[in-house]
Design a protein around this ligand. Structure first.
Ligand SMILES: [Fe+2]
Ligand SMILES: [Fe+2]
Length: 232
């Protein structure tokens, strides 16, 4: 089952240290983590931490896409956000399955994962500005920028996983990693490529448009303008 917010009740665990409190019943250790996913020739504990970070980024991606799809005033952007959001939810599922079938706990939250969650929270938060502090056109661009930044990381994560897979010894573990990479990598190419090209297209349109500034325009006029983006 898809988990978007790992909680203690769902078996979430984390490593405690002098500045990080973890409920003793949910505490795990480097030794325990390293013994779960055993990879000959690689540092298993490091790989487990990395996978937890990647999974967290995909989980945060589902929240980002839900938020921007719900707020965009452009039907084509909205449609893409919904579609990529569905694919991102599938990436969560694939990584959860990969981790659990490899012997790990998909709800283990590594130190990397906590950093990733912090970065993603700020990214999403930055698309919300106090009403009036940012106009709708800039908000639309901020949402697209957040998608572009999130997808840059997402793309890099799956390229990393692909490279790591080449280092795995032949066997069931390598087959599982290969199947995951094969299903996701082309979608990540599409996500990043689309975000990059769409950003360029809208910026070029804005730069050439007399409506690039919304000063003096009524909200309905700005919304109508945004709705027309990418339609030709
Ligand atoms: Fe993804
Ligand atoms: Fe993606």
């Amino acid at each position: 089952m898809l988990t978007l917010h790992p909680t203690k009740e769902q078996g979430a665990t984390s490593k405690a240290n002098e500045v990080m409190y973890v409920d003793p019943t949910a505490t795990t250790t480097d030794e325990e983590i390293s013994s779960q996913i055993v990879i000959e020739g690689l540092n298993s504990g490091f790989v487990a931490d990395l996978l937890s970070g990647m999974l967290t980024h995909e989980r945060c991606g589902t929240h980002l896409y839900r938020s921007v799809a719900g707020r965009s005033n452009n039907p084509l952007l909205k449609q893409k956000y919904e579609h990529f959001g569905e694919e991102t939810a599938r990436h969560v599922e694939i990584l959860e399955q990969l981790i659990s079938e490899s012997g790990g706990n998909p709800n283990y939250v590594s130190p990397t994962a906590r950093v990733v969650e912090g970065m993603n929270s700020k990214l999403l938060e930055s698309t919300f500005m106090v009403n009036g502090a940012i106009d709708l056109m800039n908000q639309e661009m901020a949402m697209l920028d957040a998608v572009f930044l999130a997808e840059s990381m997402d793309h890099a994560n799956w390229s990393t996983l692909s490279k790591l897979t080449e280092k795995l010894p032949e066997g069931a573990l390598r087959q599982r990693f290969t199947a995951a990479v094969d299903e996701v990598e082309a979608q990540e190419d599409e996500h990043l490529d689309w975000a990059k090209k769409t950003k360029l297209r809208i910026i070029a349109m804005q730069a050439e448009s007399s409506l690039a500034t919304t000063i003096g325009l009524k909200t309905e006029e700005v919304v109508a303008h945004i709705r027309g983006w990418l339609s030709s």
